[in-house]
Design a protein around this ligand. Sequence first.
Ligand code: CS2
Length: 501
Amino acid sequence: MPLSGPVSASRLLSRATLRDIPDTVRIPPFDVGALRTGIVHLGCGNFHRAHQVAATHAAIAAEGEAGLKWGIASAGMRSADLTDRLTAQDGLFTLLHREPDRTDAVVIGGLTDTFFAGQDEIGLPARIAAPQTRIVTLTVTTSGYYLTADGRLDPENPAIRADLGARRPRSAVGALAKGLALVRAQETTPPTILCCDNLPHNGAVLMQAVCDFARLGGDDGLADWIAQTVRFPTTMVDRIVPATKPEELTDARTALGGIVDLAPVASEPWFQWVIEDFDGPRPLWEAAGARFVADVTPFETAKLRMLNGTHMLLAYAGALAGCDTVAEAANHPVIGPITGRFMRREQSIGVAFSPEALDTYTHDLMVRFRNPSIVHRMGRIGRNGSAKMASRVVEPMRENLAVGRPVTDATFLIACWIRWLILHERDALDLPLEDPRLARLCAICADARDDHVAQAEAFLAMEEVFGPPLPDHTTRVQDIASLLQAMAHEPANTVFARHLA
Ligand code: CS2
């Protein structure tokens, strides 16, 4: 990091230093100190800040005085690191919009309170149940819901088991169930719950998970009440937001005329938020470009399959070919064309767009992936593969198989993911690898050693990752095994060029 040692308050971004920021940078056009909390967020990270907080900032700016009730209290679910830095800055941070050839800096306001859920005195359930909380939003990642491959809460998951008897649940699903139990007991109006993670039918899935949690805890009455009373609209969120790098601190400091921001965030300019329309108070998110629609499904399917599924291929194949970032992989002479083909030919199945709209969406996505100013590292995009595989890759694959369409690139993606895990298990993958099932996945790699057929068999047999057996199971196993075999003996680039041909 370019900064060392403490930063004096007069140099740190805060409400007090906003006035020292050069006019070239837009700052909140409202009184940040007058904001009141109307939204509680679970999962304070970069995506949340560049997406929901930026949109709420725009909504408050558009609404003026009336918008000040939409401040966000945002909880870090895993550590206090980011939330502590934001607290020191009165919740303010710089959003750097990175175009391929220029960057635009904006100081975002909208956070009233930032805290680590694990050390919060008030506690998430009480915050969720506070009468002024009208909306609860969530970005805890796909693996943060503890779901099985068929989208139900996993009752065996240790985090869920630990939360069942806990006064202060640590999981998002547990905190929501407990918070909604308080709302029910105090007979106030429940908040609307907006899941902002990349899960198919995220609203319904989250509602089911919260009801499952209530039932597991023996409270069927609560589960029935939640199902009947609480709104969980489905949403589709889209903005590519990498982890913050040291350059972002330097760029923010330069833009802010020497004022230091210890929590800047970079994102692409693209922003999409499609929300199932709901009754009840909400910010004027349309001001940021959000759309309220009757049915989110076409947008959600397009995004999950064509963006998120394809992102996985870029990460797994890209890293094996020696690329460091998604942009490098998307610009790679072999992986780039495989990516475009996979997205348009396989991942577009089930997307209710016209062929022309599909071509445009594919083109726009490839342009976004190739943006060299977005430095998205492979370990981050490839993380939690076992939790993402079913909805992003296996479901479209199953649909393609049912109508006799090709699945060669989905097979290729799965083989590249397994190859990552094999290399990781042998300490030969130079990347941090996060996955909720990492120990089990590595055990499969170790057990089968160089028997690629056995490895492919054992992976596909994991129903919690791949669901029920795929059609033509033997062919699926053989195809994955022969790619694994080839990757074990030849350079990845040679295998990939043959795959593209
Ligand atoms: C990515 C997403 O990490 C991942 O799984 O595919 O975070 C992706 O960048 C966003 O969904 C883009 O909107």
